[in-house]
Design a protein around this ligand. Structure first.
Ligand SMILES: Cc1ncc(COP(=O)(O)O)c(C=O)c1O
Length: 481
């Protein structure tokens, strides 16, 4: 057998020899990260990157030494990526990651527990359930609260809307998973603010309700849902015979980081017997902080909550959770199967496939638990508070800058701004030139039909000096227009 065909030692085993091979390959993988771009992003053009990447033969007949393959990934991919830990990488909710999570990823992959059934992940199932109970407590849910890990905020929101739809049908005595949508569904509506994440629309589209079933409610200048506007919409719906089956409140909007008035929205949801979902993908982490947590007061009144660990908990993708107030309601999506979820298991066995839209699923809970236990709540709170302070600082610098205009006072980790008398197209040029030169990954969005630029601070190592530098870079770019 040739060396290159010696695949036997590449099958993971947990004896000393197997672990030695893994440890040595892991250090080669770490080594391959040594050459990131010298800035927040590679300045290569899409065409050049296409050429570089397609020069790799995906599956040669004869395999290549692993160290060579890993080194190539370093040259070709890692050194031409983005660097979320660079202080000038400020476009998205795209965090640098933490060592405990990243090394646990290796163990997750090597041990390869599958979270669909207890017989494929006994202790791991218990860990995920333990984490979900902890999160339910943090939210303030009763003992009945629990959840499931998903691949992201979009998946968590879609899962929540799936439950809300099945719940609305159940109230009519209809099993929507079996017989599909009842005729009454034509009058079902999902309410959310005009700043809510687009995954609410996506959920409505996928669930057969259609995007038109989503009614958006106006927001204040800070980006939070306006309660008076919600009342107007609800009154109009009652008048016209439409039924609000779900209200989605956002705790931390994508652009302005605004938190909707959760308690007031909860009162309305209860009055209309609508499912209340809180999309706390962004600000869910605030619950860790004594200072920031009170902004989410009322979240405990929700029926379901989305929390994204791969945002302000600094986890590598993917890691999100949907936590619901009454875990028995997960039965609304349960489809039994002969080979996995038979319903005749040993006492105490939970097959998490019954809570999920996935079947096979990664043990992402492990990295979250490793992170929480290693850093502890207070350190995580400190990191978050620093980022909120940083965005407030950016707000104050921009507010006093002659060329820039602050769009809203920052309350989270984002700072959205514009430049008076600069056209939308010119703002786009500023963002794209900084991106093309690899100097800054700057956010660009629309707030109430106005083109804006956006900093999203995700790197807890960033400083006020970094913010000053970013503002100077944007202003100098504006000067070149
Ligand atoms: C408020 C909110 N909800 C949901 C999502 C979707 O999260 P994901 O990208 O993990 O699917 C985002 C993404 O930024 C978000 O900002």
């Amino acid at each position: 057998m040739s060396d290159t065909r010696d695949w036997h030692n590449l099958v993971i085993t947990f004896d000393s020899d197997g672990l030695e091979v893994l440890a040595s390959a892991a250090s080669a993988a770490v080594e391959s990260l040594r050459r990131p771009p010298s800035g927040p992003r590679s300045n290569w053009t899409p065409a050049a990157l296409h050429h570089l990447v397609t020069s790799l033969e995906i599956c040669p007949d004869e395999g290549i030494n692993l160290n060579t393959v890993l080194a190539e990934l370093g040259f070709v991919v890692w050194s031409h990526g983005v660097v979320p830990s660079d202080p000038a990488c400020v476009a998205h909710l795209h965090p640098p990651t933490l060592v405990p999570a990243v090394v646990t990823e290796l163990a997750i992959a090597a041990s390869n527990q599958s979270m669909d059934s207890w017989d494929q992940s006994p202790a791991a199932t218990e860990v995920e359930l333990h984490l979900m109970r902890w999160l339910a407590d943090l939210i303030g849910f009763p003992e009945t609260g629990s959840g499931v890990m998903t691949s992201g905020g979009t998946a968590s929101n879609v899962l929540a809307m799936t439950l809300a739809r099945s719940w609305a049908a159940k109230k009519l005595g209809v099993d929507v998973l079996k017989t599909g949508l009842p005729p009454e569904a034509a009058s079902w509506r999902i309410l959310c603010s005009d700043q809510a994440h687009f995954s609410v629309q996506r959920a409505a589209a996928q669930l057969g309700l259609g995007r038109d079933s989503v009614t958006t409610v106006e927001t204040t200048s800070s980006g939070a849902m306006e309660v008076a506007a919600l009342d107007r919409v609800l009154i109009e719906m009652t008048r016209t015979g439409l039924e609000p089956i779900a209200i989605v409140a956002t705790a931390g909007t994508t652009d302005l980081g605004a938190v909707d008035p959760l308690s007031e929205i909860a009162q309305r949801a209860r009055r209309h017997d609508a499912w209340l979902h809180v999309d706390a993908a962004v600000a869910g982490a605030f619950l860790l902080s004594d200072r920031l947590g009170p902004a989410l007061s009322g979240i405990e009144l929700a029926d379901s909550v989305t929390v994204d660990f791969h945002k302000l908990w600094w986890q590598p993708f993917n890691a999100s959770a949907l936590v619901i107030r009454d875990a028995e309601r997960f039965d609304l999506l349960r489809v039994k199967s002969n080979y996995l979820d038979r319903g005749d298991e040993l006492e105490g066995v939970v097959n998490l496939v019954g809570r999920s839209l996935d079947t096979s699923r990664r043990f992402d809970a492990a990295k979250v638990v490793a992170t929480l236990r290693t850093l502890g709540r207070l350190a995580l709170a400190e990191m978050l508070e620093h980022l909120v302070d940083l965005s407030r600082y950016a707000g104050s610098v921009i507010e006093s800058h002659p060329q820039l205009e602050l769009i809203a006072t920052p309350t989270s980790v984002m700072c959205v701004f514009s430049a008076p008398d600069v056209s939308d197209d010119d703002l786009r040029h500023v963002q794209q030139r900084l991106l093309a030169r690899g100097e800054m990954v700057l956010g660009r969005t629309m707030i109430k039909d106005r083109a804006t630029l956006k900093f999203t601070f995700m790197n807890p190592l960033a400083t006020t000096d970094d913010v000053d530098r970013l503002v100077i870079l944007v202003a100098s770019e504006l000067n070149t227009l």
